[in-house]
Design a protein around this ligand. Structure first.
Ligand SMILES: *Cc1c(COP(=O)(O)O)cnc(C)c1O
Length: 430
């Protein structure tokens, strides 16, 4: 049995593996999918989604924890439907995401609405749907939300997103809990903001919320944040503002190379221990995991177009590009690369690059592979922040998405056509 290369997000993954020399998702050959649907192609594994879900469910046991999938990581309707079916709630950041949740049959009573810039129409839609809670990020938003709710004869349940000023020790673009970030209300101002909220007629204070960053591979920043939030909850209690739930956001990391990310169980056991110790065991908990539920449930298939041996580098020019998978260009991110059908022969060190006219258009650097034009590669760990960030830059149609389920597969998003791209545009009259 061929095995995955060393620096692999999928090392030991039960649902992506080689079978008879061909990389499979569950029991479906990725070579066959590439042949049938063309590339670039996103392929997800339903079993891998279920496995990630169970890692939370089993860690929770019968403790009062609501998992609200941070759906901006992957908002395909089939993914949402699957999580809804498993009992998940959703963390949304826009009116568009609310529409998706409702279309996928998600329960609005399990929806929390995050984001720094909620617009009036989005607040209205969420109040109409009667979502569980708004995670409010500024004093100005409190006022606006109260007005909107009042105009509809409702009260909005709110939680304030507090910025605990902790360093999540992750990439600066995905760190959100430092005081220089745009997110949340500074912890020093939180008591004041809660007083404002409690006094506003259109609001009902129910929670405290934070989200300190993404791809956390160390658990200690959560506990730095937790202690500050528990201090705040006790101060609020003394001020007569009682809190029902504590939302710790998302952020648990996944394996891209050789990381060993903390498990949901390690996080939850310690959180509940702290709640007990502080006499706050009555609090309900909300978690908003995104990446850790979907990141390693998907790969992006791409075909090698040309090999180019330049003096300083070898390039494998592939048919996927930064418009399909932006993470390398945006965050300098690492995605493992696996040949779908590994070949024997001479290996070279390649930069895997796309056809887009930008030097930032690279997908992987300095990977030792035996390649020929026409080979199909799988870019690993492409279930999160991948297709959702795809664009039409260079007038490239967005890829199709497939969901594998055992030995079956389903097209869960059709490949865009060039006609799709031109639709909606018009020229000036002659
Ligand atoms: C992005 C985001 C999440 C999900 O984060 P992951 O790192 O993918 O788990 C959760 N909550 C909020 C508010 C977010 O912005």
């Amino acid at each position: 049995m061929t095995s995955l290369s060393a620096q692999s997000g999928l090392a030991g993954h039960p649902h992506f593996h080689y079978q008879d020399g061909v990389l499979h998702a569950e029991n479906v050959s990725l070579a066959a999918l590439a042949l049938k649907f063309g590339t670039p192609l996103y392929v997800y594994s339903r079993a891998a989604l279920g496995q990630a879900w169970r890692s939370y469910r089993d860690a929770i046991g019968d403790r009062p924890v609501l998992v609200c999938y941070g759906m901006k990581a992957n908002s395909n309707l089939a993914v949402l439907k699957e999580f809804a079916r498993l009992g998940s709630g959703f963390d949304i950041v826009s009116g568009g995401e609310l529409k998706r949740v409702l279309a996928a049959g998600g329960d609005p009573a399990k929806v929390v609405f995050s984001g720094v810039g909620k617009q009036v129409w989005e607040m209205r839609a969420a109040l109409e749907a009667d979502v569980k809670c708004f995670n409010v990020e500024s004093q100005a938003e409190l006022q606006c939300l109260s007005d909107v709710a009042q105009s509809m004869g409702r009260r909005a349940r709110v939680s304030l997103r507090v910025n605990p000023d902790v360093d999540a020790q992750t990439h600066p673009y995905i760190s959100t809990g430092l005081k220089e970030n745009k997110f949340g209300i500074a912890i020093e101002s939180a008591l004041d903001a809660y007083r404002t909220a409690a006094a506003l007629p259109g609001l009902e204070v129910v929670g405290v919320d934070c989200h300190i960053g993404s791809q956390l591979t160390d658990i200690s920043p959560y506990f730095d944040a937790l202690e500050k939030l528990l201090d705040l909850i006790q101060k609020l209690d003394a001020a007569g503002i009682s809190i029902k739930h504590l939302d710790l956001g998302g952020g648990l990391g996944i394996r891209y190379t050789d990381e060993i990310p903390p498990s949901p169980k390690a996080l939850l056991d310690q959180v509940f221990e702290r709640l007990q110790a502080r006499g706050l065991a009555h609090l309900h908990l909300v978690l908003e995991p995104g990446r850790s539920l979907v990141g390693n449930a998907g790969v992006l298939l791409t075909t090698v177009q040309y090999l180019k041996h330049a003096p300083a580098r070898n390039f494998a020019i592939v048919d996927a590009a930064m418009n399909d998978l932006l993470r390398p260009a945006l965050y300098d991110a690492y995605h493992g690369v696996q040949p779908v059908v590994p070949r024997d022969g001479q290996t070279d060190e390649y930069d895997i690059v796309g056809p887009v006219c930008e030097s930032a258009d690279w997908l992987a650097r300095q990977r030792r592979l035996a390649l020929q034009a026409g080979d199909v590669l799988a870019l690993e760990s492409a279930g999160a922040y991948a297709m959702v960030m795809a664009s039409n830059y260079n007038t490239r149609a967005r890829a199709a998405e497939i969901m594998v389920d055992g030995d079956q597969y389903h097209v869960v998003r059709q490949r865009e056509t060039l006609d799709d791209l031109l639709r909606g545009e018009s020229m000036l009259p002659d």
